[in-house]
Design a protein around this ligand. Structure first.
Ligand code: PLP
Length: 386
């Protein structure tokens, strides 16, 4: 294994925490029974799934009967959008979303367009905020679904979810929110926010990869997505990833329990990184909203240079960061999120996302700042744009 990386890419994924790992392992080696079977080690596995369901439900203000486990956040988003769209075709074919959603949402919407659905992609302001009043004006008699992310994965902007939820509920339109980046970092309550469908994913909050959950409000029409056996009350077939589900439950429980203290520590470290970089590097700007942003997110644009080059040079120093979402970094197109803010191509190309997590230390932040400042200077000295 490689030397310890200084990891500032916590929005891409996170390390499984010890408590989560310890909660998971018995279900890989001892209580490995199939939860659908009847004997002891199967019942133990089944009970563990139900405990995890309660943990997730309690963290978001839902009932356990409203929580369904999936194989990822992406799968849960596909289920939420495709199942609710196809099963409400009798009511209309119009969907509203924003143009800064994760590709799980954008590509599900593009798929639905091929089947005759009409999708309105709302623009955002220069901070990445969706206007609730613009959204209200976009509603038509045929609108059946609104999908707006809780918080953005690239720039960290938090959307006016309660306002949008109230509008959707009043009009009887299903409201889905992709809360993959929010759960464990922001307090979320599906009842007060009038959320009908909500998606979360374990690996963003120190749980394992490959497990997510979909909250479906009781009474919302969202039929089965994966067909087969009777798991997840017949709505998501396939033998359950018991250890993964246990890890998700434990990760959500721990994150909710310690939210105040941990989030404050993360926010302080993030603010230090932002203020010192902006102060020490001329022609650098913060992307996203100055206050309404995820506590760990620092998305910064550096004029005249490529974000990818900064990342490669940081990597050589043992520091991991990102230039956008993990799925689009490596692509040559500038990020759709940064372009939606109205950033010119050059600035969008010169962006770096630093995402702070629970294990980052002050010393690591100092090292990052000490390395990034000369890296930017060196790259600018070579840049034909300077
Ligand atoms: N939605 C958002 C906002 C995300 O950041 C991600 C992951 O990057 C996903 C959805 C997809 O989740 P998963 O990686 O569990 O498929």
């Amino acid at each position: 294994m490689s030397d310890k990386t200084i990891y500032f890419d916590n929005a891409a994924t996170t390390a499984v925490r010890d408590e989560v790992f310890n909660a998971m392992t018995p279900f890989l080696r001892e209580a490995y029974g199939n939860p659908s079977s009847l004997y002891k080690i199967a019942r133990e596995a089944k009970n563990a799934i139900e405990k995890a369901r309660e943990q997730v439900a309690s963290a978001i203000g839902a009932s356990p009967s409203e929580v369904f486990f999936t194989g990822s956040g992406t799968e849960a988003v596909n289920w939420a959008l495709l199942a609710s769209a196809f099963s409400n075709m009798d009511k209309g074919n119009h969907i509203i979303t924003s143009n800064i959603e994760h590709h799980a949402v954008l590509n599900s919407c593009a798929y639905l367009e091929k089947y005759g659905f009409e999708v309105t992609y709302l623009p955002v302001d220069e901070h990445g905020i969706v206007s609730a009043s613009k959204l209200e004006r976009a509603i038509k008699p045929e609108t059946i679904l609104i999908s707006i992310m809780y918080a953005n994965n690239e720039i960290g902007t938090i959307q006016p979810i309660a306002e949008i939820g109230a509008i959707a509920r009043e009009r009887g339109i299903i409201f889905h929110t992709d809360a993959v980046q929010a759960i464990g970092h922001l307090p979320v309550d599906v009842k007060t926010d009038n959320i009908d469908l909500l998606v979360l994913s374990a690996h963003k909050l120190h749980g394992p990869k490959g497990v997510g959950a979909l909250y479906i409000r009781n009474g919302v029409r969202t039929p089965a997505f994966i067909h087969g056996g009777g798991q997840e009350r017949g709505r998501r077939a396939g033998t359950e990833n018991v250890a993964g589900i246990v890890g998700l439950g434990e990760a959500v429980r721990l994150a909710s329990g310690e939210m105040g203290v941990k989030v404050e520590k993360i926010r302080k470290l993030r603010d230090k990184i932002i203020s010192e970089i902006l102060e020490k590097v001329p022609n650098s700007q913060l992307n996203g909203h100055p206050e309404k942003r995820l506590p760990g997110n620092a998305s910064i644009s550096f004029d005249f240079i490529e974000g990818e080059s900064i990342l490669l040079m940081l990597d050589m120093k043992g520091i991991a960061a990102s230039s956008g979402s993990a799925c689009t970094s490596g692509a040559l197109n500038p990020s759709h999120v940064l372009m939606a803010l109205g950033l010119p191509h050059e600035k969008a190309h010169g962006s770096v996302r630093i995402s702070v997590g629970r294990y980052n230390t002050e010393e690591e932040a100092d090292k990052l700042i000490a390395e990034i400042v000369p890296i930017v200077e060196k790259l600018r000295a070579m840049s034909p744009l300077c």
